[in-house]
Design a protein around this ligand. Sequence first.
Ligand SMILES: *Cc1c(COP(=O)(O)O)cnc(C)c1O
Length: 483
Amino acid sequence: MAPAILLSDAYPKDDIANTTAEATKTLDLTKEKDVGLMHRSLVELPYEVVSASGSYIHLSSGASILDGCAGAAVAIVGHGNKEVLAATVAQMEKVSYIHTASYVTSSAEDLANFILEVPPGGFQHGLEKAYFCGSGSEANDAALKLARQYFFEQGQPQRKWYVSRRQSYHGTSIASMSVSSNLPRRIPYQDILMPNVAFVSPAYAYHDQRATETEEEYAGRLIAELESEFQRIGPENIISFIAEPIVGATSGCVPAPKGYFTGVRQVCDKYGILLHLDEIMCGMGRTGTYFAFEQEDIQPDLVAIGKGLSGGYAPVSAVLISKKIVDVLKAGSAAFNHGHTYQSHPVTCATALAVQRIVRRENLIQRCALLGMLLEKMLIDAFSDCRFVGNIRGRGLFWGIEFVKDKATKETFAPSQHFGYNVQQKAFKLGLAVYPGAATVDGVRGDHVIVAPPLNISVVDLGKIVRLLKEAYTQEESQIATL
Ligand SMILES: *Cc1c(COP(=O)(O)O)cnc(C)c1O
């Protein structure tokens, strides 16, 4: 049974655009002094967090921030959950480290079984095994190597190419960044990244679907482009195609047009190319189904998961592997030629298992789908008439708002104007965290913010996110109007 969700809780009677009481108070946002830690920026210091609970983060200055983006779409069960704490401590009391060459713990085995289990009537994903590592980048690296080994063992060592999409992010290691196109993150390393990667167009209807095209025709055009890229490289030389079912941080919660992923699956199958989906940000219930690809009705060969897997309580990610790949390895070398010191870590797996048990017991994915419909309605009501809001898109509790300078031409703001970043900063000053993004459109131009709260956020707080974000946007809009 999904919990009842009352629309009236989120929707105040008054106009949602009105300045709210929350928005008028001034937060103390003092930052910490610089010390030995290499922060993300050497000049701009972060805020010190002293505690966090539920959907709120508490700063050392005394200010509380409503976590409207769950970090980076990570904290799916919110912060400070005591049940997760207890499961973590209990595992540490039993055993905190083993080396997987000789040993295993039940926490890793139980987590694998739990996340791969298909409930009665559930979606048949065809995934048979889970390989646990410590970060999303590591999970994608492992998937890239596993895909290569799959062909190597079948006597096809000439398969060396990976095909990915522009406007995508798959990680920060050399290999995972090589298949990413997120330009700002790549620039200093361009010349040392893997050369055997080709890129095709993103599935990005707002900018790329032609006025004369239906959604299906647009999808068809993208599939044709993918197939001709396969032909150009020589399909017998390609290992895998890599894609995020819903593009996350790079362009802000962009779902693919109808029919795109079924077409991708068919073209990959035609040439024996593996389909590697990156669900690190959009998976684990975030879009209202357990996997985002369920809504595309396809079975991938490899899936990388991360962020929501442990909800941020431990650094743990996984590659999920289809039967087809497991069978080839079994018949060949019988081992994945890869390993990490911390793979299948007893404690991080126990922690993630506790998080996943909460998600299942509290029906948080079903709740996410319902709350997602409410969030969609609230965002459209609040933002669709705004002068600089070009597009509102997403699924479940994973929504992006894209800002443009001109709605008619979809012309973007100058990157130096930092429109999206300014909206995020203004929201923060009002006590709301959202995830900002720039270079949305092509790696240089464009602005967006992402709303991706914990899946167990209250309906009241969901309404508050929309009101505070609208207030921040309105402040930024009026500043521009008076320039
Ligand atoms: C965050 C992310 C990654 C990288 O994960 P890390 O844990 O930061 O290494 C890869 N792909 C996608 C889609 C992501 O959102």
